[in-house]
Design a protein around this ligand. Structure first.
Ligand code: E4P
Length: 214
């Protein structure tokens, strides 16, 4: 499983990129709004930092025509822009159009397996099931990842599964175990993944022992 970072914050993206584990970035309108910057300008900054991995940029329009128009403008910003499209009937039409033009898509707001299968068949490069938001309403987000992974595997579907709406480190481990190809994680969770109290204690003890002798 690969790591994407789920943020529009350029400092977080830079820091994560320095770790050498970053395979891409996902943004959404809420994350961009939090930054208070122009979306296009921020996408230029992000794609200057992350030059190879996929950078998902979400369309706001609700009709296919509008999504395609917006998506074409976003795709022109950099070759590694992936157009993020919501899972709706109009969204599927847009995904098909982008796929015909060889533009990558990430179908977002996936909450059941049929949505994932439809998105894949429309030509989506990625599907993003939202684990945390399912867990929030008492559903089993991880089971959805497993089900989609099994369906894609059985039917030889190449669309990649992005485990999204990740809230904590256990989501990351379980997503990897249940067949997600990618986890898109907030910076806070990425930092948590590095940490273990025994690692910190171990470093402290090694240093203390070293200092006794030197
Ligand atoms: C995924 O691409 C979304 O941006 C994101 O993971 C949503 O997460 P949230 O439920 O924490 O808003």
């Amino acid at each position: 499983m690969k790591f994407f970072i789920d943020t529009a914050n350029i400092d977080e993206i830079r820091s994560a990129n320095q770790l050498g584990v970053l395979a891409g970035v996902t943004t959404n309108p809420s994350l961009v709004a939090k930054e208070g910057v122009s979306f296009h300008d921020r996408l230029k900054e992000i794609t200057a930092e992350v030059t190879e991995g996929s950078v998902s940029a979400e369309v706001i329009a609700e009709d296919a025509e509008g999504m395609i128009e917006e998506g074409m403008e976003l795709a022109a910003i950099a070759p590694n822009i992936t157009i993020k499209v919501p899972m709706t009937l109009e969204g599927l039409k847009a995904v098909k159009a982008f796929s015909d033009k060889k533009i990558k898509t990430n179908v977002t707001l996936i909450f059941n397996a049929n949505q994932a299968l439809l998105a894949a068949r429309a030509g989506a490069t990625y599907v993003s099931p939202f684990l945390g938001r399912l867990d929030d309403i008492g559903h089993d987000g991880m089971q959805l990842i497993a089900t989609i992974a099994e369906i894609f595997d059985r039917h030889h579907i190449a669309t990649e599964i992005i485990a999204a709406s990740i809230r904590h480190p256990l989501h990351v481990t379980d997503a990897a175990l249940h067949g997600a190809h990618i986890a898109t994680v907030p910076y806070s969770v990425l930092s948590q993944l590095v940490k273990h109290p025994l690692t910190d204690q171990g470093i402290e003890k090694f240093l203390a022992d070293w200092n006794k002798q030197n």
